[in-house]
Write a protein that binds this ligand. Structure first.
Ligand SMILES: [Zn+2]
Length: 354
């Protein structure tokens, strides 16, 4: 029994093993059939899908990682680029700044140079001007030495409304003139002082310039003369010994008031130590010329004819004063020099006719 029991148990165990094995095999077959029916393939697919998903996930992760990595790389790259760009920018800026600085420096230098050039130009101009002045002075001296081409501009009957303008023109060219003054325009008497201070010569022409009064008698003439000389003294600080007869020493108008008066007056002037000055050039403004152009042409034409010209003008005539700028410029351009009349110096005397 025991042996049977053992054998039976062995057999039973074997059978069990076979049965169990068969059972598993059947299950597998059933499962396989099910799979063929499409029940399990779903799972398989699912698994497969899951696997794919996992793989995808993995891939995604990898990709993500890559992506993630990439941004870092990008970041790095960006950072590198930024740094590079920054460096470049900095370098560029520095270069630009440096260039700017250089440019500025250049500009400054150029500016300085310009300023220096200007200064130099100014200096040159000043030097030139002074050289010109020196040359003119030398010319004057030369001309004075050889006594050629001298003009004595003389202005009678003022001072008047145009005298101040005339003084401005004369001053502009550094030209000195001689003024034979009257009291015809009392409001302008202060111009006498101005003339004198500017270096012009001031001489008497008479106080009233009234022919009927002054040429009535010698005493009347000298009374009028002294009255004017008092005004000259008041304006300049000293009386003058220079004068000009109204109408000149050759005038014949005086015959209407006193026969032979000019002969007497000329002699008495010498006795008094006074010098009178007539003229050898008339600008024509006492009769005939009444425009600046005529005054200019009359002077230019006449001064060419002689080495020393005492030019008769009237500063109470606006067109005469207006002609002076052009006239003086022409004379200077043609080598003439201007001088003032002085006691004992050059003079012109007309022939006495009365
Ligand atoms: Zn006069």
């Amino acid at each position: 029994m025991k042996r049977l029991t053992g054998t039976t148990i062995a057999i039973l165990l074997a059978l069990l093993f076979v049965l169990i094995s068969a059972g598993i095999g059947v299950g597998a077959v059933v499962r396989g059939v099910r799979d063929l029916r499409g029940e399990e393939p779903v799972r398989t697919t699912q698994v497969l899908q899951l696997t794919t998903e996992t793989a995808t996930r993995k891939t995604t992760t990898t990709t993500k990682k890559t992506t993630t990595k990439k941004p870092s790389t990008t970041k790095k790259t960006t950072a590198a680029k930024k740094t590079a760009a920054a460096k470049k920018t900095t370098t560029a800026k520095k270069t630009a700044t440096s260039q700017k600085t250089t440019t500025t420096k250049k500009a400054t230098t150029s500016g300085k140079t310009t300023t220096q050039k200007k200064t130099t130009a100014k200096k040159t101009t000043t030097k030139k001007a002074s050289t010109t002045k020196k040359a003119l002075a030398a010319k004057k001296t030369t001309q004075k030495a050889d006594g050629s081409k001298v003009i004595y501009l003389t202005f009678d009957d003022g001072p008047g409304p145009y005298t101040d303008k005339l003084l401005g023109i004369l001053d502009k060219y550094g030209v000195k003139a001689t003024f034979f003054v009257t009291n015809c325009c009392p409001d302008y008497q202060a111009c006498i002082a101005k003339e004198y201070r500017a270096g012009h010569a001031v001489a008497v022409h008479t106080y009233s310039h009234d022919y009927s009064r002054i040429y009535r008698s010698t005493s009347a003439y000298w009374a009028d003369f002294n009255r004017m000389n008092d005004l000259v003294k008041k304006q300049t600080g000293k009386p003058t010994i220079m004068f000009r007869f109204p109408g000149g020493s050759s005038n014949t108008v005086s015959r209407n008031y006193k026969s032979g008066i000019m002969t007497k007056l000329v002699r008495q002037a010498g006795e008094k130590g006074l010098t009178y000055y007539d003229w050898n050039v008339s600008c024509g403004d006492a009769g005939g010329a009444d425009t600046s152009e005529e005054v200019y042409r009359n002077i230019v034409r006449a001064v060419k004819e002689q080495k020393k010209s005492i030019v008769l003008c009237h500063d109470v005539k606006s067109y005469t004063v207006n002609a002076m700028d052009k006239t003086i410029r022409w004379c200077l351009d043609h080598g003439y020099t201007f001088e003032v009349l002085v006691p004992g110096g050059y003079t012109v005397h007309h022939g006495v006719s009365n």
